[in-house]
Design a protein around this ligand. Sequence first.
Ligand code: NAP
Length: 216
Amino acid sequence: MKVAIIGISGKLGQYMARHCLDLGHEVVGVCRPQSSGKLAHFGDRITIVAGRSNDPAVIREAVQDADGVLCVLVPFGVDDYASGTVRAVMEHAPKDARMVFSCGWHISKDGKDRYDWKIRFIERVIAPLARLTRFVDLADQHRATRLVFESNRRWTVVRGSDLEEGESQGLPVWAEHVGDPRLAANMTRRIDFALFMVHALTNEALIQKAPAISGA
Ligand SMILES: NC(=O)c1ccc[n+]([C@@H]2O[C@H](COP(=O)([O-])OP(=O)(O)OC[C@H]3O[C@@H](n4cnc5c(N)ncnc54)[C@H](OP(=O)(O)O)[C@@H]3O)[C@@H](O)[C@H]2O)c1
């Protein structure tokens, strides 16, 4: 399987690359030019396309013949980086490609998620303040995932709980909605978030779903 990883130089991206290589997949990754050094340890086992992930030409080069696309959606900047990334991926990925996007629990597909005070506080108070700094625009992650949810393509949006580093504890549990008792731990190892993303590439049951995940 040929897999394009958009945002491969981040922590999640590098874990996904490791899992893909372990499975024998061919890996092409997009990262910002200043971050390509972080990938030196992969040597020639991956192909790097250097550029911003909302640049359609960069994305076209990486995804044009991919069987699967793993895409890290980040809320950085105020220039619609995440939604620009989704648009570029949707436009250039082959029509039958599996596309798996990452985001946080705060995204809702159908409004049926039940959030604790912490996420509500972040959304109502922290997010507007953060946008004022021009470093973070959480609303753009909502716009980006809305574009995905409205598509009839073969997508999955994986919604991560709080994250921590550490050895793998195995595939996280998932539920359709935040607030489900199965997600009570609200903590996922990043390596296992990556495992779930890669696993989703071949799990047909997750197509057009937005699983919320957590370690058990
Ligand atoms: N952090 C959490 O607690 C948390 C919780 C739930 C879900 N999530 C989701 O998990 C995914 C990965 O999160 P993470 O915290 O583990 O981060 P991460 O894997 O370290 O990834 C961060 C990504 O953002 C890129 N980036 C950093 N600064 C940027 C900028 N100014 N402009 C554009 N891109 C920039 C990084 O690229 P470079 O390598 O070039 O810097 C990297 O690809 C995201 O989808 C996030 O929404 C995170």
